[in-house]
Design a protein around this ligand. Structure first.
Ligand SMILES: Cc1cc2nc3c(=O)[nH]c(=O)nc-3n(C[C@H](O)[C@H](O)[C@H](O)COP(=O)(O)OP(=O)(O)OC[C@H]3O[C@@H](n4cnc5c(N)ncnc54)[C@H](O)[C@@H]3O)c2cc1C
Length: 480
């Protein structure tokens, strides 16, 4: 048993930093390892991109508004933290739309809507049906998401439906983003089963067989997306409450140095003039901040690679209205805007249609996305111009001329990473170099292997496993 307390500094109090701290403490206790964790957060509020604002009965989300439950990590963490009764799921009736000739058109989600959708021509529809018969690529190296989907589903599907959806969700360009980071599961299906459709059927069959073999009943169906009644900040606050170590807000890391001859080799300098010595450091900030902190501490190639990962800005604008003043309140989950449309928005989300608890009484909330890779300069518009742009667009698309009852603006400059083709191989190389040059300094977070909230939690869990393996004396074996 290792009796010496390991001093661990985690830089960043977003979901990645907090979930790393939480799982690290939990696993260390289970493995009889003494650790002391300090989480350092530059801002006064924890959560990073998770930014819930509750006011006058509204739950406004400035960043992520829900998480997908197909990836289990966020769902499981909420249960583990005792938040299961606070979870709210989407109903199955919610529809997604693409703006088409200035009007929202439903994204086909079944045979009926597929046949009638104006978003695809007959040729585009027939091309989609060919997916199971399209020859798989033999090379398993990374490619762009656009190139993968164009091969499998055809250009029309990509240009008319996928590209605008990716542009609003990831704020990036499908033809530049790595398929391995964003949709690695589908690329694997092609490699293993020759087609995505065949891969999905194989997966369903496999799951059925597993359940049959184990005698387990079919688990209750989860909603596709979930959030918390008080917004995603509830997850952040609950995590923070359960972390036993220290969490220092309004404390930025300004410099990092490494001296392997010291008993505690890392020195972490803070914005308040103090410094901390640590055995281990975990960086969970955006990758360009990691690059700044590692400048001069590791070889330049590493900092250059981290700094080269592009990020795009976005501003979200939540707008509330009196429902009674709107002729036909939009009841879909969201509308994404293709480049071919004249609208200057990236997307509009039906915030209260998706989760009614977000708006009190007769209120109705939409959220506009402005900026992204397409028009980054719009994310910077002064407040009055931004509001005017959003109101004009809502009038044009939904015919809403009513005066908003509330407006909530959140600017992310920059927002989400845009991992380019070859990103995962580059990250693996960076990590190899760090392991050589800076032992016990680790990276995790949205800029590495997936940016959704569940992706961030998954990476934290994987990192904790790795840290535990590194901390355990060779003679001790890890519990499963
Ligand atoms: C508008 C928007 C909508 C989104 N919607 C969804 C969604 O619906 N569902 C979903 O799953 N995901 C969504 N995402 C993605 C997801 O929210 C983020 O990828 C994720 O929250 C990032 O978490 P993180 O902890 O890795 O990074 P961050 O949240 O960026 O946290 C990093 C932290 O590091 C701190 N920091 C930076 N520099 C320093 C320093 N020098 N010293 C100390 N601290 C520092 C920052 O202040 C920040 O708190 C959305 C993102 C955005 C921007």
């Amino acid at each position: 048993m290792n009796q010496q307390t390991v001093e661990i500094v985690i830089v960043g109090g977003g979901i990645s930093g907090l979930s790393t701290a939480y799982y690290l403490e939990k696993e260390a206790t289970q493995h009889n390892l003494a650790v002391h964790i300090t989480v350092l957060e530059r801002e006064a509020t924890l959560g990073g991109k998770i930014a819930t604002q509750r006011q006058d009965g509204f739950v406004f989300e400035g960043g992520p508004e829900s998480f997908v439950t197909r990836k289990l990590e966020a769902w499981e963490l909420c249960h583990e933290l005792g938040l299961q009764d606070r979870l709210v799921g989407t109903t199955r009736s919610g529809k997604n739309y693409v703006l088409h000739n200035g009007r929202p058109a439903i994204v086909p989600d079944g045979p009926g809507s597929f046949l009638s959708t104006p978003l695809l021509s007959l040729g585009g529809k027939l091309r989609l049906l060919k997916e199971p018969f399209v020859k798989p690529r033999t090379d398993s190296s990374d490619e762009s998401l656009g190139s993968f989907l164009r091969r499998r589903l055809g250009d029309e599907m990509v240009d008319n439906i996928v590209k605008p959806a990716i542009g609003s969700v990831y704020l990036g360009d499908v033809d530049a983003m790595s398929v391995q980071v964003s949709f690695g599961r589908f690329a694997e299906m092609e490699q293993q089963h020759g087609s995505v459709v065949k891969g999905m059927f194989a997966l369903m069959k496999e799951k059925r067989a597993e359940r049959k073999a184990s005698g387990e009943a079919r688990p209750p169906k989860k909603p596709a997306f979930a959030t918390l009644q008080g917004g995603l900040m509830e997850l952040v606050n609950t995590l923070a409450e359960q972390i036993e170590g220290e969490i220092l807000r309004e404390t930025a890391v300004t410099n990092l140095s490494h001296n392997p001859t010291n008993a505690q080799p890392y020195k972490v300098e803070l914005s308040d003039g103090r410094s901390l010595n640590a055995d281990m450091v975990v960086l969970t900030t955006p990758t360009f901040v990691m690059a700044d902190l590692l400048e001069g501490v590791v070889e330049t190639a590493v900092t250059e690679q981290l700094r080269a990962i592009p990020y795009n800005p976005v501003t979200t604008v939540n707008v509330a209205f009196n429902r009674s003043e709107i002729e036909d309140p939009f009841d879909g989950f969201g509308v994404v805007v293709p480049e071919s449309e004249t609208s200057q928005l990236l997307a509009i989300e039906g915030m209260s249609a998706k989760f009614p608890h977000r708006a009190p009484g007769d209120q109705f909330v939409l959220r506009a996305f402005v900026g992204g890779q397409r028009q980054p300069e719009l994310a910077d518009l002064p407040e009055a111009e931004l509001i005017s742009l959003v109101r004009q667009e809502l009038a044009q698309i939904f015919g809403i001329s009513a005066r908003p009852t509330q407006i909530h603006i959140q600017r992310w400059q920059p927002a989400n990473p845009q991992p380019p083709v070859g990103h995962l191989a580059m990250i693996a190389e960076v990590e190899r170099k760090l392991a050589d040059q800076l032992p016990q300094l680790y990276l995790t977070g949205a800029g590495l292997r997936g940016q959704g909230v569940p992706d961030c939690i998954r990476q934290s869990r994987n990192l904790v496993e790795q840290i535990l393996a590194d901390l355990q004396p060779a003679s001790q074996t890890l519990a499963a």
